[in-house]
Design a protein around this ligand. Structure first.
Ligand code: ADP
Length: 485
């Protein structure tokens, strides 16, 4: 299959969150399975070093509103995967990806309108005729409508089918009505059946309405975004209308990168068969020493690695933990909302030998913390998929999390016999407290080693997810050909 993947970020080129993991890992996996995959990305400042390895560069004129911008596209190969970087330094060569100092760039509508047109113009110039164009999140949400409105008769792109994946409904790409015309669409698209969303133009809605197939990153989230306003973020009616085209496919994990058997950040390697032979205990000792945790090493160490955002429910976590102070030590790594950071800092400063908080984004410390944790806490109010809980299980931590989205698809209550963790209702302090009580009690009981091993042996690899996407692409192409005679 010829597949064009378009995303605003992908590992290892640029990353602000889970979207990058999915776009990068899925593209590489599909290419390694023999598909002809082109991944198209903007060339950000942090990505520039990659363009040095470009095999060739092509120059394109790309329309943006009434002007035509001249930009270049750098072409690179990485294994079997072909990558095209859209290079317009004035738009993408900035210190941030989407913004700086907590504020989005004011011209993100222009930046990603240009990017979407550049994706399609690059495919045309390269004569890469994709059978599937797979777009991700609002930044590439215009691709499905552009294919239908502007490229339907195009010899290269006219037969492409579109797939749109939503990684988080909360980011909707909302802009003034006039933004619609930047990509070459007519202002007529500012109607409720098209891009209009409460008086604004939504690039996310463009993807939701016009893509041939929709996916999101877990089966439970696929249901939740149709059911509730908190997870559907106002788009639940549109999603219900398109329900039969919407599938939830759980993200995979890069299991080579997240592997305690070969993780250079850990003092000693360990795996599912050796987790109780010292490697995990060494990681816990090292982290307790580094963080000044010294109440009692036989207490369970609770770990949190998280964006600091209301979504992640850390306020709920603190309220539930406050009442159980004697039973654990806690280490938190997080960055984001300054007010939330201040409240965690204050909480940690009240109990310095029991609670540690590191503010910032620290990849290496995150690896050590996953390994050191006995319990991993992830009390999200909503969670499209969540990678933290999968990484934690792979590193032998037992998860206490919310029954929401991808958490509900990967964490199963330990009481069930085949379970691997402890679940609470999202946003509910009492319920989270009870889940913590069950976990703290189980930690000292005979069931614990089984829970740890079961988590570590779970297959979170991309193989399963990539197969599900391939099946979806094939069904879509088959459906377009019509019933077989
Ligand atoms: P989201 O994408 O909503 O932030 P996920 O659980 O899907 O949440 O993915 C979070 C990823 O980012 C994980 O790989 C996690 O280890 C990492 N991460 C989150 N916060 C930090 C941090 N402060 N430092 C290092 N890594 C972090």
């Amino acid at each position: 299959m010829r597949i064009l993947q378009a995303a605003s970020e992908a590992v290892p080129f640029a990353k602000t969150g889970g979207l990058a993991d999915v776009a990068g890992s899925l593209s590489a996996k599909l290419a390694s399975l023999g598909h002809d995959v082109f991944l198209v990305l903007p060339l950000y400042r942090e990505t520039r070093s990659w363009a040095g390895n470009a095999r060739r560069t092509l120059t394109l004129g790309v329309p943006l509103g009434s002007e035509t911008r001249s930009l270049s596209v750098a072409l690179l190969e990485k294994g079997n995967l072909r990558i095209a970087f859209v290079d317009d330094p004035a738009f993408f060569g900035r210190p941030g990806v989407y913004g700086e100092n907590g504020a989005d760039y004011a011209d993100n509508d222009r930046r990603y309108s240009l990017f979407c047109r550049a994706v399609l113009e690059a495919a045309k110039a390269l004569e890469f005729a994709p059978e599937i164009v797979h777009a991700h999140d609002w930044q590439t949400g215009l691709l499905p409508i552009l294919l239908k409105r502007l490229y339907a008769g195009d010899p290269v792109l006219g037969r492409a089918h579109s797939v749109f994946t939503v990684h988080n409904m909360a980011y909707q790409g909302l802009f003034p009505a006039s933004s619609v015309t930047l990509s070459g669409l007519s202002l007529k698209e500012m109607s409720p059946s098209s891009l209009e969303f409460y008086g604004k133009a939504s690039f996310l809605k463009a993807g939701l309405v016009f893509a041939d197939r929709l996916t999101t990153v877990s089966p439970t989230y696929a249901r939740e975004i149709q059911d509730s306003i908190e997870t559907g973020c106002g788009m639940e009616g549109i999603l219900r209308q398109r329900s039969r085209f919407l599938t939830g496919i759980l993200n995979g994990l890069d299991v080579d990168y997240w592997d305690p058997e070969k993780d250079p950040n850990l003092p000693e390697p360990y795996g599912a068969a050796t987790v109780f032979q010292g490697g995990k205990a060494a990681a816990k000792r090292a982290l307790r020493r580094e963080c000044g945790l010294k109440v009692d090493g036989s207490l369970p160490l609770i770990g949190i690695v998280s964006r600091l955002d209301r979504q992640k429910g850390l306020d709920v976590a603190i309220a539930a933990l406050e009442r159980r102070l004697g039973g654990f030590e806690l280490a938190v790594l997080g960055s984001g909302d300054p007010a939330l950071a201040a409240s965690i800092r204050q909480y940690a400063s009240r109990h310095p030998s029991r609670i540690y908080f590191r503010e910032g984004f620290d990849e290496s410390f995150a690896h050590g913390l996953y390994a050191a944790s006995d319990i991993f806490l992830m009390p999200s109010r909503f969670e499209p998929c969540g990678l933290g809980q999968m990484i934690a299980m792979r590193y032998g931590a037992v998860v206490v999390g919310s029954r929401a989205g991808g958490l509900a698809d990967t964490v199963f209550e330990a009481d069930s016999g085949s379970g691997n963790g402890f679940l609470a209702e999202p946003g509910d302090v009492e319920s989270l407290g009870r889940a913590l009580d069950r976990a703290l009690e189980a930690f000292h009981g005979p069931m614990w080693p089984k829970l740890v091993e079961r988590g570590m042996r779970t297959d979170f690899s991309w193989d399963r997810s990539a197969r599900a996407y391939i099946e979806l692409y094939e069904n879509l192409m088959g459906a377009a050909l019509g019933p077989k005679a």
